[in-house]
Design a binder for this molecule. Structure first.
Ligand SMILES: CC(=O)N[C@@H](C)C(=O)N[C@@H](C)C(=O)O
Length: 818
């Protein structure tokens, strides 16, 4: 729940959504079904809240505004109406993961899905399974189980390679033990409780996360928080007690001890990721020794278990010895693939540590290791372009190491390039690799081709990559404008999910076929969707359409690399209904963060909701975005606040010229670097936008640099190289940071702006937004601020997400007069 600059909660969420239908004298909060609480506004906390809310909902001083009670009845009515529609969109589930199991009678699919639970402010997790049958006419049918099964409370599900066992991990919310459950096809076989003194929560963050069964299904290797480190203890007199312990003891108290670096945003309070192996029969947990503490371990897998050869644990390791910068969204943190020998029956004492091998010494980044099915190759992704340049994300490469058949690792490994960084893709050609990870088992039956999902311009596509030849071919349909993600393989067939801004995620089944020269392609069939939306949502979506706009760039400055001179891409989403007098709907310019990220052409509940209430969208992938090759991406650093702003303005002007936007009804919305652009645009183009909404925006890099978890980002994006970085910025640095920040254009701003801020944000700390807000208030610009006390950078907890987009809708409606 948000705070609107006050200590009093303003909204009450129910399983029905949000209702603030009150008269001027009473605020009515709708609780579970028939229960209403009527709070008299003469009661002090509520009154104080209303007073502050009004103050921030308008410009200037707050003194005289207190006579009004928060919202007028029309606005309240609007919140009530909007909340009902938004709730229908928010209810749409997501498909998060999938597994395929093969048995004699065909394949069985299991889908992990989730849905917002507003009241609990969590996502409800559930599992839906189905039988895949291939009909004689080549069509494919999924026979779904009648109902999904709720799985809330489970942090991870990891089926064993044979599909006969399922490991369920339940991380605790407090200092309780972590639970490991081993299920067979009909019941719980074993349950182990791993106390905090052994390790903390298992990492299930999609970054360090790695949970891997060995081939004979007797052990699981995984990454978990190392045990708590002992803290200094003081007795009741305050005297230091020798021999620190972890135990709590009446009559003594714990100090804090030495501060330790953490991995920044999203990792606050998380202890160092370390490697463990559990024996699934006895429950015995073995911490893997011999890995220096300077390496944060992640993404562990087992090496092939060939007869008589040594078995290794292979993992990615990030160096965090000197300084840990924020790692979330930051692929530029140096990392390598390591291997350490695992010998289970050796006596485990410290003398028996095995050396750790760095397999990727010759390049600055290696992660996501995967062994080919026959164990001959080890494949991994590299973000060396990001590490070497300093961009937080850049075009990636894919590499291969031939794994020694005798299990003896050589002193130095030969790394073969499979996919190289693409600088300037030819039109319509592969633009380079942009993956966040690989499937657990990405292999086709030929043993040397793998399936992956990557950004390709504004779309996500599925590729097949031949590891031997480096040939890359598109497995998802090349004539589709939707975004496609591979979820699992059923032999050589692909189970995927596709979506677009105007269509909810759908499951697709791609059957591999060979052409006359033996080249594979995939024939795609629709699978009856497990995602059912309300009729209202379906009808709203059916009246929407989208297309790609190719927008010529306006500043072809000298020295610009070839790939940075090409038109940028924007996705235009609009209603397909024809308008009276050919009038345009109001438009939202939608700007992603990063800046080295991308807005893919895929479904977003919130954005679909905004479309359904009558907004067109112009989703701009300005230069610097992923998916367009390295030249375009690297053209932005050193020019942020200028080149990216010009690109967005070019896209908006292009939409106006094409008759797609009414210049008097254009709004702008963005978060983080997208919020940097939003606040830049209202300063640099003060007459262009009638309203703006900024989510955790970067407003002043000069004040952010000292407190963000990624100060290196500030230098890199400001100067375009890594040479200027220092922990102690000079006055010249600060002056440059100020000059390229939205705050330097504050005097020109007039656009009413909504701010959505998370108090726990370590990436763009809340003070950055506040400073800008206060400066706007000082000038009398209309602002509204929602603060989410328990949210960090993404503002994506269900209640926060819901309240944010409800307010964005009402805010934009106010200025676009819908
Ligand atoms: C690298 C990074 O986190 N940059 C932030 C300023 C930002 O824009 N973040 C992106 C990823 C976001 O969308 O939040």
């Amino acid at each position: 729940m948000a705070r609107i600059f006050s200590h009093y909660p303003i909204t009450c969420f129910t399983n029905l959504g949000f209702d603030l239908s009150s008269s001027h004298r009473h605020l009515r909060l709708l609780l579970f079904r028939p229960t209403f609480i009527t709070l008299s506004l003469t009661q002090s906390p509520c009154k104080a809240w209303i007073r502050r809310f009004v103050a921030m909902d308008s410009s200037g001083t707050d003194s005289a505004k207190e006579v009004h009670v928060g919202l007028d009845s029309t606005t309240e009515e609007e919140y009530a109406t909007q909340s009902k529609l938004l709730k229908e969109f928010i209810n749409i589930p997501s498909i998060d993961k999938a597994w395929i199991f093969n048995s004699g009678s065909g394949s069985q699919a299991m889908f992990a899905m989730s849905q917002a639970n507003l009241l609990a402010n969590k996502r409800k997790k559930f599992m839906l399974s189905g039988h895949i049958s291939k009909e004689s006419n080549q069509s494919v049918n999924f026979h779904w189980a009648p109902f999904p099964i709720e799985m809330t409370g489970a942090s991870a599900f990891i089926p064993s390679p044979s599909g006969l066992k399922l490991l369920v991990i339940r991380n605790p919310e407090n200092e309780s033990p972590t639970k490991f459950e081993i299920w067979n096809s009909s019941q719980l076989e074993k349950e182990f409780h791993i106390p905090q003194k052994v390790h903390g929560s298992v990492y299930v963050d999609g970054w360090f996360e790695g949970i891997s069964w060995n081939s004979d299904e007797t052990r699981v290797a995984y990454v978990a928080e190392e045990p708590s480190r002992p803290k200094p203890t003081f007795d009741h007199l305050g005297y230091y007690k020798k021999g620190n312990s972890l135990e709590k003891d009446i009559g003594s108290w714990k100090g804090e001890g030495d501060w330790e670096e953490e991995w920044g945003e999203a990792y606050a309070g998380k202890r160092q990721p370390a490697l463990f192996v559990i024996d699934v029969d006895s429950g015995e947990v073995e911490p893997i020794k011999g890995i220096p503490r300077s390496i944060s371990v992640g993404q562990v897998i087992w090496s092939p278990n060939s007869n008589g050869t040594a078995q290794y644990l292979v993992f990615a390791g990030w160096l965090g010895d000197k300084r840990k910068f924020g790692i979330k969204y930051c692929y530029n943190r140096p990392c390598a693939i390591y291997a350490i020998k695992f010998i289970s029956d050796e006596p485990k004492d410290d003398a028996n540590e095995f050396p750790i091998h760095n397999l990727t010494k010759s390049i600055s980044s290696g992660f996501c290791p995967r062994f080919s099915k026959d164990g001959k190759f080890l494949v991994f992704v590299s973000a060396k372009s990001a590490v070497d340049s300093g961009a937080h994300w850049a075009t990636e490469s894919l590499h291969r190491i031939d794994w020694p058949s005798d299990g003896k690792l050589p002193e130095s490994t030969n790394i073969v390039d499979v996919i190289q960084v693409v600088n300037c893709p030819d039109d319509g050609c592969f633009p380079g690799l942009y993956v966040t990870g690989l499937l657990c088992d990405p292999w086709l039956s030929d043993g040397h081709s793998l399936i992956l999902s990557t950004y390709w311009r504004s779309c996500r596509v599925i590729l097949s990559v031949n590891l031997l030849s480096g040939e890359v071919s598109r497995a998802s349909p090349s004539d589709s404008d939707d975004s496609w993600t591979a979820f699992a393989l059923d032999g050589d067939n692909i189970v995927a999910v596709s979506s677009s801004p105007v269509s909810v995620p759908e499951i697709k089944y791609g059957k591999k076929v060979l052409d006359s020269v033996g080249k594979p392609s995939w024939q795609w069939s629709n699978i009856q969707s497990p995602i059912r939306c309300s009729e209202k949502v379906m009808s709203e979506l059916s009246s929407l359409q989208f297309k790609f706009l190719k927008v010529p760039i306006i500043d072809v400055s000298e020295g610009l690399a070839e790939g940075a001179k090409k038109p940028i891409e924007a996705i235009y989403v609009s209603s397909s209904k024809s308008k009276e007098n050919g009038k345009c709907d109001p438009l939202i310019a939608v700007l992603h963060g990063g800046p080295h990220s991308v807005s893919p052409c895929s479904f977003s509940r919130n954005m679909a909701y905004l479309s359904s209430i009558g907004y067109s969208q112009l989703i701009v992938n300005y230069r610097g975005s992923l998916g367009y090759g390295e030249d375009a991406l690297q053209s932005l650093p050193g020019k942020v606040g200028s080149q990216d702003v010009k690109d967005v303005l070019a896209a908006v002007d292009y939409a106006i010229e094409m008759g797609l936007a009414d210049p008097s009804k254009i709004t702008v919305l963005g978060g983080s670097h997208g919020g940097f652009l939003t606040t830049h645009l209202i300063g640099q183009a003060p007459n262009k936008f009638v309203a703006a909404a900024a989510r955790n925006p970067v407003c002043n890099i000069a004040s952010m640099v000292g407190i963000t978890d990624i100060p290196d980002w500030c230098f890199f994006e400001a100067y375009g190289d890594q040479t200027h970085y220092t922990e102690a910025p000079s006055p010249e640095d600060l002056s440059r940071f100020h000059q390229i920040s939205p705050i330097s254009h504050i005097s020109k701003v007039k656009t009413p702006t909504l701010f959505l801020l998370g108090s726990q944000d370590l990436r763009v700390p809340i003070s950055n937004g506040f400073q800008y807000v206060r400066a706007l208030k000082e000038k009398g610009v209309e602002v509204k601020v929602l603060v989410f006390p328990n949210d960090n950078h993404p503002l994506d907890r269900p209640q926060t997400d819901y309240e944010s987009f409800l307010n964005i809708a009402v805010w934009f409606n106010k200025y676009c007069k819908l």
